[in-house]
Design a protein around this ligand. Sequence first.
Ligand code: HEM
Length: 419
Amino acid sequence: MWPDVIDDGPVDRHEHARLDALQRDPYPHYARARRAEGLTFVPELDAWLVARDADVREVLRRPEAFSSANALRPDVLPGPTVLAEMGRGFGGRPVVVTSDGAMHQRLRAPIVHGLSPARVAAIVPYVAERATALIDAFVERGSADLMAEFALQLPGQVIGRLIGLDPADVPLAVHGGHRAEQLLFRPMPEADQLAAARDVVAMQHLLDTYVRERHARPQDDLCSALIGALAPGGESPMVELTLDERHEMVAHLQNFLLAGHLTTSALIGTTLLHLMHHPTQWELLCEKPELIPGAVEEAARYDSPIQGFRRITTRPVVLSGTELPTGAVVFVAYGSANRDPSRHERPDVFDITRPPARHLAFGYGVHGCPGSTLAREQLRITLELLTSRLPGVRLAEERPVVMRPTMIHRSPEELPLVW
Ligand code: HEM
């Protein structure tokens, strides 16, 4: 599961404390970098911070100069015992988000097809059914942790359905996704890393079972479609998949699974958090549900789940007046571009009534998010149900809301609500 390009060793404990602080509140760093001349090198990110909207767009428009090979570079490198455990799993191959050029197009095509408007429309009733069932489970209680009981549940169930997982297998797959994120991005004692690695390996073996099963008996699901399109012998169930093909297919499925659920869970959490912090806007939304699509866009702009991804230069480049040599690492901050005053009026104000503006929460260009419609639909349905069923909802006061330290799935740790 480890990306091919790892250009550095793990960062030490003090650096992690600083990175933690930056991750929980990156906005002051962004504001400084947007005001500075040229690009700012940020040691915590170990990268040049690309903070202005125009510069972010320029990087995303030039994938031949800014490679995605390091997009998922881990912040933590595990020790030999943990690596040995990971060796029992599957994956460790380039995936759509870390590939460039022709290889990227080849990997992306079946995903775009699998997330076509028709496919998303077909899964919307399932989204509504699952969202309703999750709310039914806590509505009478008068309180809930919206993260644990809703936001962390719905997207996993939806992506599991899209891939073709049996609902009984979804919890193991989703749990494995969270553990993979922890392993790559959170410092932990070795025993905890090992436990996380075991969970990731269990998820990978589960996905491998599906790969072999769907290769032998294809069905109308994304797992079968990916195998048919990407494994060289994939279209013929008579030819057994090689071990290498199984590794590749598990890597793709794992990437798709994580891309689909962790992000959407995060956006459900931050959307509700900011609506609760702005009760008059919540009341307005309850009165005027036609504002829901605008509220989703505003939440994605205001506190983007994916704050940014890295890129690495393939040649000497001048960006915003800063000369970057070949191999320079940049952090392309969608979250900062979305707060750029030259693009958005009053960018630090959360306002669900603002006129539509093109934000970068779902990226842009060749790697732009193919799952954005599905994510928006899940948010729309969530807000329609919560505004109609729990209009009196508000933040529980006894516990302050703490943001998770992450640049890729920004969300509250917990979201205790009462009504
Ligand atoms: C709120 C939810 C989501 C957010 C904020 C989000 C954001 C993003 C962003 C910013 C990128 C661009 C990455 C880059 O520039 O390197 C991206 C790519 C991607 N997203 Fe999403 N995403 C979300 C939901 C989803 C869902 C639901 C799926 C799948 C069902 C998905 C699948 C992907 C995939 C496969 C890529 C890689 C595309 C490529 O490299 O060509 N995302 N997403």
